[in-house]
Design a protein. Structure first.
Length: 259
């Protein structure tokens, strides 16, 4: 896209709420505020005129609620929506309207940033060919603690997103690792040791110097030769459990689920 700055509209009947969002947006240099609205009618007019990428939309307003605002807009040009409200009972309906996020008041800076970054990512995926910028943003929205939840794989001008929990196995392949997901596979330029340090050890277990498997994808264990075993996955793929990793593998499968 020629212009990488995303336009935002803020809709809330409370001045302090609009002030709060405006203040928190100051740290996001790649967005600009295209307008504000105090009620539903103003929201419809402002969104129609400004054609923003993202809208912070209050649910409860004096004249109409946020859902009525969306219903009144042209369905072909509805922007990405982050609902903002003090009530949690609207969350299910919000996501029926394909909301990007649902911010509960009062929210802190970290929670706000997460919502904005997710919306920016969605906007860039639909508008932007700059995949490197998308990957940088994904790095920003990765959990600061915990384990890797998704793999980001660039293939030419395409970026694939693979949930870690859906990966059957991870195998070393030269200067890459290959992620096996059912009948599909993806090459990622990384080392197996580095990947192993980022993924959940309760879910992923190394069974060979070149192989990590997802324990939730294991169907059976077969006796093999020379003290080795074959680990068979639900996909039908089988991998060698070498003697050097057997003790650790057994310790993992002997633990109760969730430990």
């Amino acid at each position: 896209m020629t212009n990488s700055v995303l336009k935002i509209v803020i809709v809330d009947d409370e001045p302090l709420a609009r002030d709060r969002i405006r203040e928190l947006l100051k740290s996001h240099t790649d967005v600009t505020i295209g307008g504000e609205a105090r009620n539903g009618q103003e929201a419809i007019q402002t969104i129609t005129l400004q054609q923003p990428d993202i809208v912070f939309l209050d649910v409860q307003m004096p004249d109409m609620d946020g859902f009525e605002v969306l219903t009144a807009l042209d369905p072909k040009s509805i922007p990405l929506i982050i609902f903002v409200t003090a009530f949690d009972e609207y969350a299910l309906r919000a996501f029926e309207f394909h909301a990007v996020d649902y911010l509960m008041k009062p929210f802190d800076r970290e929670r706000f940033a997460k919502a904005v970054n997710h919306a920016k990512l969605q906007a860039m995926l639909s508008r932007d060919r700059d995949t490197s910028r998308i990957i940088r943003l994904l790095e920003d929205i990765k959990p600061k603690t915990g384990y890797l939840e998704r793999f980001v794989i660039k293939a030419g001008e395409t970026v694939h997103f693979v949930k870690a929990s859906e990966v059957d196995s991870i195998e070393a392949e030269g200067n890459y690792v290959r992620l096996k997901v059912g009948n599909a596979s993806h090459l990622l330029r990384d080392t197996l040791n580095n990947i192993e340090a980022q993924i959940d050890p309760r879910l992923f277990v190394r069974i060979h110097r070149s192989t990590i498997i997802n324990m939730n994808r294991v169907r059976e264990l077969q006796t093999w030769a020379r003290g080795e075993y074959r680990v068979v996955l639900h996909s039908g793929a089988s991998h060698t459990l070498s003697r050097g990793y057997r003790e650790h593998f057994e310790s993992v499968i002997s633990k109760p689920s969730g430990q």
